[in-house]
Design a protein. Structure first.
Length: 408
């Protein structure tokens, strides 16, 4: 007994060899195959036409059309050769077009991940973060409020002095030296403690090395600060642990790229400490360090001098643009998936502390877990919009828009 697979293979061989009589001899068997209307009926129509049996050919073509056939192009012009001279050809073409199934779903707008280098935070190990957390002050409120609490806490832990710990030591080591040995440190250690503390509190953070003009010679040409991604603000913000301050334009705290742009333009913003803006001369001095910037994982500059204060120095990976190393951690990427035979979207993000996603659609909030971040799309016909947000322990990040149309 011939199996369905064997029958298809035999028919394909006859079709490829243009054995029209052999193919027609199998027509009664092929009629039982699910591919009859979309493949075998039009193939038999072409075969019958080439044998001069036009009435039979038209009968097979009508069967194909009645079954929904709409792809004459798969026969590479043979359908047109067989029926193009038929007076009914325009009507046949119209039926091809009418048989084309409507698009069931059309995405018209979706969020994307902007290409950047992999995110590298300045973070200690999980076990060291557990040791660090008891040192931290009580935190509450938004990510920005928590970051300010940590900023002011770090600044008050010791008085500045030009001493340093060993390079491989972390925030716990620094704090133990301060508490047990009465040691005092410089900007490097303020940035170590602040960056590690921010990450331990669920706020992505890095260190930033700043340099003045002509940093290849002289002394005191560098300064080290932290920068944190603030979920509620949806941006990176520079935090100066040594000075307990941040830079601000109006009520908006600024990122390192924004500060370098202001430096290039000669427009210093306000330098805001716990008690308000610092004195103009003080702010002007610290602003001079934004000539050159290197963050954890990368150094970005249009030109680069690989010497610092009289000696050649190693650098992080060199990039041309801050866009390469300043990802928007609220961005969401999207790919298509299937759930229960329904189109779905699979979500992804770069936030290192994300818990999942929130989807707002038609007044309803859906929480999507990180383990299987898939949301089945609604099937009701019409226009749809959804707001997609990254979820963290500190709340939802600013939403991204998804728009789609269900047509059938």
């Amino acid at each position: 007994m011939t199996t369905p697979t064997q029958l298809r293979i035999a028919a394909e061989d006859l079709l490829r060899a243009e054995d029209d009589g052999g193919l027609l001899a199998l027509a009664h068997q092929l009629r039982e195959d699910e591919l009859w209307p979309s493949l075998w009926a039009p193939a038999c129509a072409v075969a019958a036409s080439r044998l001069g049996r036009q009435a039979l050919a038209r009968g097979y073509l009508d069967e194909a059309l009645d079954g929904g056939f709409f792809q004459p192009e798969i026969f590479e012009g043979e359908v047109e050769k067989a029926f193009g001279a038929d007076p009914a050809w325009p009507a046949i073409q119209a039926r091809f077009a009418a048989n084309l199934p409507p698009v069931p779903l059309l995405l018209t707008e979706w969020p994307t991940l902007t290409p950047t280098l992999p995110l590298e935070l300045y973070r200690t190990t999980p076990d060291r973060e557990e040791l660090l957390r008891p040192y931290l002050p009580e935190l509450s409120g938004s990510a920005w409020n928590r970051a300010l609490t940590l900023l002011h806490w770090v600044t008050g832990r010791w008085e500045h002095a030009n001493d340093h710990v060993a390079e491989e030591q972390d925030a716990v080591d620094v704090l133990r030296h301060v508490d047990d040995d009465g040691m005092r440190f410089a900007c490097v250690e303020y940035s170590v403690v602040l960056s590690h503390a921010l990450n331990a509190a669920g706020i992505p953070a890095r260190r930033v090395g700043l340099r003045q003009r002509d940093y290849h010679a002289g002394w005191g040409k560098g300064h080290v600060v932290s920068e944190a991604w603030l979920d509620d603000l949806g941006k990176w913000v520079v935090l100066d642990g040594q000075n307990g301050a941040y830079w601000s334009s109006g009520d908006q705290p600024l990122s390192a790229p924004e500060l370098q742009a202001a430096f290039t333009a000669g427009s210093p913003p306000a330098f805001v400490a716990a008690d308000g803006p610092l004195a103009p001369d003080t702010a002007a001095f610290w602003f001079t360090y934004f000539h050159h910037i290197a963050t954890t994982g990368a150094t970005w500059a249009e030109t680069f001098v690989p010497h610092f204060q009289g000696a050649p120095r190693v650098s992080r990976q060199l990039v041309r643009s801050p866009a390469d190393v300043y990802p928007d951690l609220g961005e969401i990427g999207l790919s298509m998936d299937v759930r229960a035979d329904t189109a779905a979207v699979r979500l992804t993000c770069r936030h290192p502390h994300f818990l999942g996603y929130a989807v707002q659609h038609d007044g309803v909030r859906h929480e999507i877990g990180a383990a299987d971040p898939v949301w089945p799309l609604p099937t009701g016909p019409g226009e749809h919009e959804a707001a997609l947000s990254v979820r963290t322990a500190l709340g939802d990040l600013p939403p991204r828009r998804l728009a789609f149309r269900v047509l059938s």
